[in-house]
Design a protein around this ligand. Structure first.
Ligand SMILES: Cc1ncc(COP(=O)(O)O)c(C=O)c1O
Length: 387
């Protein structure tokens, strides 16, 4: 990505065998949903079987894997495991943040134009409840979206909630600079990193976010319905959306659960969803994050970058275009030449087993480490025929 160089970490060899993708399928759609790595599926099968024998599930089974999961996610964002909550979806964590921002008539909440709905509706709801206004910042002609966001932050701003690259186009913004502007305005700063964590380096201290949120089923290779939120220390006294037994101090002692307490467990555990210790999903998510951390974000990024560059070069030569300004290296939104029908082209690609997405008018291509140069060549070949 233009403003977050990944350095000199060498790329991985293509990780085709780690996944179960048939030879005739070209899957360039990780931004939609990652194919589940074989190891994650294996972990899931073992995990599903556990509840067949509940007499073997003790209190430690409710907590230990969850703690390992927090540690793996913490490693990914260079934050403490204590700050990690396990949530079912990005929307859950974003709703937690929105429920804890004080706003009133005249307050402003800054987001990007056309950002993902899970990061829009919680803020619209806050605006409705409080009389605040949601300001959706358009990408300017020159592509400098960071500047445009910063210019829209002022003393009226109570929250800034943005992704670090746009889910439709990969357009990138500089979180650190936006975080500084939000901090200076006294605004809560929330990052939806669903479309970048695991592929773009992100260190919570550099970004200065109050909360970093990610759904786990895309670039984090995990199962559907399990996501994460890292919350900064100053926000760990926020109110959780739900009040479940496991969020409270001493909940490990099942014999004493009715010794009710108003004291929460340490860190951000209060923001976990109820029944976060999902016996099927947590081991799968754990296997997934272990893979990401073993490959390393830098190694993954270095592997994907040349693939995306080849897509852009080849597509541009065919008359498609990409927007101006900073872009992430793992998602590219291609605009088709005038006269082509994006829906028809995506359909033709799918018929040829080349899978991408249509988001807005963008043909969104999002490679991952299982893709090869041959996959890019196949995309371009079918694209040429479909235009
Ligand atoms: C930027 C972004 N955030 C969040 C999500 C998923 O949101 P949720 O976990 O609330 O379903 C997506 C899914 O495509 C996304 O692109």
């Amino acid at each position: 990505m233009t403003q977050l160089p990944t350095g000199t970490t060498p790329g991985l060899s293509p990780q085709v065998d780690a996944f179960d993708i048939p030879d005739d399928v070209v899957y360039l759609n990780c931004a939609y949903m990652a194919p589940q790595p074989r190891r994650v599926t294996d972990a899931g099968i073992v995990a599903l079987q556990r509840k067949q024998r509940p007499w073997r599930l003790g209190p430690a089974d409710f907590f230990d894997d969850l703690e390992r999961l927090r540690a793996q996610f913490g490693r990914l964002v260079d934050g403490d495991a204590d700050g990690v909550a396990v949530v079912p979806a990005a929307s859950y964590a974003l709703s937690t943040a929105a429920a804890n921002v004080s706003a009133s008539a005249g307050s402003r909440i800054v987001i990007l134009a056309d950002q993902y709905p899970s990061n829009v509706y919680p803020w619209r709801d806050l605006a409705r409840r409080s009389g605040a206004t949601v300001v959706a910042v358009d990408r300017p002609e020159d592509g400098d979206w960071t500047r445009a966001v910063i210019e829209s932050i002022d003393e009226r701003t109570v929250a800034v909630s943005v992704p670090n690259c746009h889910f439709m186009t990969g357009a990138a913004i500089d979180l650190a600079r936006i975080g500084q502007a939000a901090g200076a305005a006294g605004a809560t700063f929330v990052v939806d990193a669903t479309q970048s964590l695991g592929v773009l380096p992100l260190r919570v201290d550099d970004v200065g976010a109050d909360m970093v949120v990610a759904a786990g089923y895309k670039w984090l290779l995990g199962p559907y319905s399990l996501g994460y939120a890292w919350t900064a220390p100053q926000c760990r006294d926020w109110r959780p959306l739900e009040h479940h037994w496991a969020g409270r101090k001493g909940s490990e002692n099942f014999a004493e659960l009715t010794s009710y307490t108003d004291t929460f467990r340490a860190g951000a555990r209060r923001f976990d969803v109820g029944e976060a210790s999902n016996f099927a999903l947590v081991p799968m998510a754990l296997a997934a994050l272990e893979i990401v951390n073993t490959w390393s974000v830098e190694g993954i990024a270095s592997t994907i970058e040349p693939l995306t560059a080849a897509v852009v070069d080849g597509a541009t030569a065919l008359g498609l275009s990409v927007h101006a300004g900073p872009r992430a290296d793992h998602i590219v939104g291609l605009t088709l030449p005038v006269g082509s029908s994006p829906g028809e082209v995506v359909k033709r690609l799918a018929e040829a087993q080349v899978h991408v997405s249509l988001r807005g008018a963008n043909l969104r291509v999002s490679p991952y480490v299982y893709n090869t140069d041959d996959d890019v060549a196949r995309l371009l070949q079918v694209l040429r025929a479909a235009l």
